[in-house]
Design a protein around this ligand. Structure first.
Ligand SMILES: [Mn+2]
Length: 289
């Protein structure tokens, strides 16, 4: 497989022949398997939230924030479902990961799950476009190789959802076996499903039915214990594209403009320069279908 040609082919919104899709995802899985659960990254870096299958908006995001050869990226998961182009979004990011393994980090979101994809879009899209559900197994294999967290300059941690009452240290994340379906409870589940809350200081049951709500006190204690300054996470729609909680110690980044083609929300990408100075790039949708 010529990875440059594959990247160009996908960028032009072409459907990969089924054998090429298999080769791409198998190769991507091999690359991701080499990584540990928590990836250490040096700034400058751009940090991206949910994408949910909107490929035109993903390409526009790269156009506005820089292509991978010039800009390092952390993607915090939820590449698939809801939008019409989950296959293209995920295949394109995997192709970039194969070409630039050190410049792009792809984390696991709660949508990178067999159960969730059966309900929210990817499986239906695969059946429609490939008249077979076999490719879904290759997607699942690749999902199960995605790492769980990234730490920028030893100071800023990125996780799809947030904290867990059973995780106290970064090393606790490292001990999780990520090569599996996301469990319905426990630390792995919490990392990809949890949300911050102002309602309480510590932990509380989540109305989502998975993950937990975490408050200011436990977030501050987690940051202190691990010598961190900020938690960056995705997972929740924010109308303006980003939202701070707990005195700018927890940041939600949302990168799907006009989510589900009906939310009329802005999207943003979070930038950390070499001194960890924070900034945001905002953008609106360029495609509604
Ligand atoms: Mn999510």
């Amino acid at each position: 497989m010529n990875i440059d040609k594959t990247i160009e082919f996908l960028k032009n919104k072409n459907k990969l022949p089924i054998d090429d899709l298999k080769t791409l995802l198998k190769k991507g899985t091999e690359v991701l398997k080499q990584e540990i659960n928590v990836i250490q990254i040096n700034a400058p870096v751009a940090i991206v939230g949910d994408l949910h299958g909107k490929f035109d908006d993903l390409l526009n995001m790269f156009l506005l924030n820089g292509e991978v050869e010039n800009q390092k990226y952390v993607f915090m998961g939820d590449y698939v479902n809801r939008g019409l182009n989950s296959i293209l979004c995920f295949a394109y990011l995997i192709a970039l990961k194969i070409k630039y393994p050190e410049r792009i980090t792809l984390l696991r979101g709660n949508h990178e799950s067999r159960k969730i994809c059966e309900i929210y879009g990817l499986v239906g899209e695969i059946e429609k476009k490939y008249s077979s559900i076999e490719p879904f197994e290759w997607f699942v294999e690749t999902f199960q190789a995605l790492p769980l967290a990234a730490v920028v300059n030893g100071s800023v941690i990125c996780i799809h959802g947030g904290l867990s009452s059973s995780i106290n240290t970064i090393n606790d994340i490292e001990t999780i076996n990520r090569f599996q379906e996301i469990p319905s409870s426990g630390s792995f589940c919490d990392l990809v499903w949890s949300d911050p809350t102002d309602e309480i200081e510590d932990y509380k049951e989540s109305p989502r039915g998975a993950g937990i709500l975490f408050g200011k006190k436990v977030l501050e204690s987690f940051l202190d214990k691990n010598n961190l300054t900020l938690l960056v996470r995705a997972h929740q729609l924010v109308q303006s594209g980003y939202k701070y909680d707990f005195g700018e110690k927890c940041l939600t980044v949302w990168s799907v403009p006009n989510y589900c083609n009906r939310c009329s929300n802005s999207a943003s990408v979070f930038h950390l320069d070499e001194n960890l100075t924070r900034s945001f790039k905002h953008f609106e949708t360029i495609s509604d279908f």
